[in-house]
Design a protein around this ligand. Structure first.
Ligand code: NDP
Length: 333
């Protein structure tokens, strides 16, 4: 598969180019930036043959089969729609769009065109999360009663641009991290949050957008979910806890881009760490994407997963702004 990168971004540099090139037969053919110098420098740094500043030029390259979109969030919709119109498969960063309606339009356009559309929710790819989910499915904690997610980190200096001061670009911790947590909870529990209550604020970094949020989600099964995201917590660590009628799982430092962390099962028999496979999360996502394009299965997180994680995040923001309980609006999905 030959790829075009839409966006000369940090995530493309740090993780995705390597993950693409780790797949047999996958190459990166072109990168698009809004700035010619940045496009050229990015292409040179990563040994990419073409540096484009015009989306139509990149999409007009007939050798390109798929695009990876990692621009700021407000650009995803138009770029994905153009890529789909050009017949390219799409791996799009989260949040898919600025509204659930736009995200759904992207997903439906890809479906109508017979193209694979995936959302880059990496956490569900992690060996640690898969091991914890498998333990739950085996009944090792009994009936699940509640789940707590904590994903409160200190945003690295190099990422403190649009994320903390630009609502028009999709800034704020809710579109940035709550979407990931929504996807992770959906992955674990195989159900979609119905209703949320939330409080959000700026606690030192955000200017015009929230940098911290806590929320509680009502699940159709009655399982209680609590979620905490922040950009301002240097030592909180990340993780999740799943509590059941016969045991609990404590997963520490697992809400990360790296295959790290510790998963501990606690039951009446005592405490033991669960073994898990350690591999690159993004390579896993790319492998699943390749298989889906070849007609086998679906991407690790597909377009509907991206719409739903966005819908939960939007509900959390509306709940925080209004002080009311808000139903998640999945746009018909
Ligand atoms: P960056 O800020 O690194 O890149 C976003 C855009 O900023 C780029 O497309 C680029 O525009 C522009 N840009 C890059 N460098 C500069 C610069 N020096 N001066 C001015 N503009 C610059 O964003 P991230 O890589 O952190 O995030 C991109 C997307 O990926 C977002 O949607 C985010 O939510 C998502 N993301 C997902 C992660 C995951 O694990 N799934 C992790 C991190 C981010 P241009 O392309 O026009 O050059």
């Amino acid at each position: 598969m030959k790829w075009g990168l839409i966006g000369a971004s940090t995530i493309a540099s740090a993780h995705m180019i390597g993950a693409i090139r780790a797949q047999t037969g996958n190459t990166v053919e072109a990168v698009l930036s809004s700035d010619a110098t940045r496009a050229r420098e990015f292409a040179a740094r990563h040994d990419i043959p073409h540096a484009d500043t015009d989306l139509a030029v990149l999409l007009g390259r007939s050798q390109i089969d798929a695009v990876y979109i990692s621009t700021t969030n407000e650009k995803h919709f138009a770029q994905a729609m153009a890529a789909i119109a050009a017949g390219k498969h799409v791996l799009c960063e989260k949040p898919l769009a600025m509204t659930v309606a736009d995200a759904r339009t992207m997903v439906e356009a890809a479906r109508a065109a017979g193209l694979v559309f995936a959302t880059n929710h990496h956490l569900r790819c992690s060996g640690a999360h898969r091991a914890a989910k498998a333990a739950i499915a085996e009944g090792r904690i009994g009936d699940v009663l509640s789940m707590r997610v904590f994903h409160a980190v200190m945003l690295p200096e190099k990422l403190r641009g649009w994320r903390i001061d630009n609502p028009a670009a999709g800034g704020g911790v809710i579109p940035d991290i709550t979407v990931h947590d929504a996807d992770t909870v959906r992955f674990y529990l195989d159900e979609d949050p119905q209703r949320v209550v939330a409080q959000a604020l700026t606690s030192g970094l955000g200017k015009g957008v929230e940098d911290s949020v806590m929320s509680v989600w009502t699940m159709p099964s009655g399982i209680m979910v609590q979620s905490h995201e922040s950009f301002t917590h240097p030592f909180a660590g990340s993780g999740l806890e799943i509590h059941g009628s016969k045991g609990s799982i404590f997963a520490r430092n697992v809400m990360t881009q790296l295959p790290t962390g510790r998963v501990t099962l606690v039951t009446a028999e005592g405490e033991r760490d669960l073994a898990y496979d350690s591999y690159d999360l993004y390579e896993f996502a790319l492998a699943e994407f390749n298989r889906a394009v070849a007609g086998h299965g679906r991407p690790a997180a597909d377009g509907i997963d991206g719409v739903k994680s966005l819908a939960v995040a939007m509900a959390v923001r509306e709940a925080a702004l209004s002080g009311r309980a808000v139903d998640a609006d999945y746009g018909g999905y």
